[in-house]
Write a protein that binds this ligand. Structure first.
Ligand code: HEM
Ligand code: MG
Length: 234
């Protein structure tokens, strides 16, 4: 059917965002991963994830356009422009300085994968702990990583994305199995029992979720050579 998962072709554009890659793999975004406009992104997140065209999402989509020279559309790979949205200390990709900030990396993902031991779900507490742990371990490998309040904010929002879209926006609980399929295969775990959020994800419930992750981060300070937030324009 129209929204069947298909592995991307070698010629298709895919990028550092598992959410948008997944939407493209299911045909909610152009399967080519190209010619993506703001209305196309906002329509796809609604159709695929029941994520409303919120203020946050309109802003993120607009910032995405800063990664391209095109007037009104981008390709998924272009989103990897380091310092626009793409940042160090990702959950499933390496830092650009290490090599590859685009493709899924099993070693990097192991921290999230193995978090919340003894339970079959991730939640806001485990997500916060993963953000702290990733920073600690990545700092040993890349002492020059960028970690300002901007990166922390974006990282908290991205953790909110997997907990809400793959799990439950109200409880902040996401089954491990579903989250792993999402990151590892960039596939919606439909056969495994996942379904699109019944509750529309909006600024209100999503803010509550990211606030819960934020308060569970008990200790954080900017680190690395750059401590002042900045944004890179293509
Ligand atoms: C990263 C999910 C929408 C651009 C991420 C990450 C997740 C995620 C979980 C973190 C990956 C990691 O740290 O390894 C989603 C979901 C979305 C969504 C579920 C829709 C509801 C968007 C939109 C844009 C975008 C609208 C821009 C147009 C990016 C970029 C990254 C990213 C550039 C890389 C950040 C990094 O360095 O880790 N996304 N995303 N995402 N997302 Fe999305
Ligand atoms: Mg990154």
């Amino acid at each position: 059917s129209a929204h069947q998962w298909q592995a991307p072709l070698l010629t298709d554009s895919r990028g550092p965002c598992p959410g948008l890659n997944t939407l493209a793999n299911h045909g909610f975004l152009p399967r080519s991963g190209r010619n993506i406009t703001i209305p196309i992104v906002l329509g796809a997140i609604q159709d695929g994830f029941n994520f409303q065209p919120t203020n946050l999402m309109r802003m993120v989509a607009k910032i995405g356009l800063l990664t391209t020279d095109n007037a009104d559309n981008f390709a998924l790979k272009e989103l990897a422009l380091h310092g626009t949205i793409e940042h160090d200390v990702s959950l499933s990709r390496n830092d650009l300085a290490i090599g590859d900030n685009i493709h899924f990396n099993e070693t990097v993902f192991a921290t999230l994968k193995n978090s919340n031991p003894g339970a079959d779900y991730y939640n806001t507490t485990s997500a916060a702990q993963v953000l702290v742990q990733r920073l600690a371990e990545d700092s040993l490998i890349n002492p020059n990583l960028t970690n300002t309040i901007k990166e922390l904010t974006v990282r908290i929002i991205e953790s909110g994305f997997y907990l809400s879209v793959i799990g439950n926006v109200t409880t902040g609980v996401a089954p491990k199995k579903f989250v792993q399929t999402f990151f590892e295969q960039e596939r919606l775990p439909l056969e495994e029992g996942w379904h699109r959020s019944e509750v529309p994800i909006d600024d209100d419930n999503f803010n509550n979720l990211t606030n819960a992750i934020g308060v569970a981060i008990t200790e954080w300070a900017p680190s690395g050579p750059i401590v002042c937030p900045w944004i890179r324009l293509q």
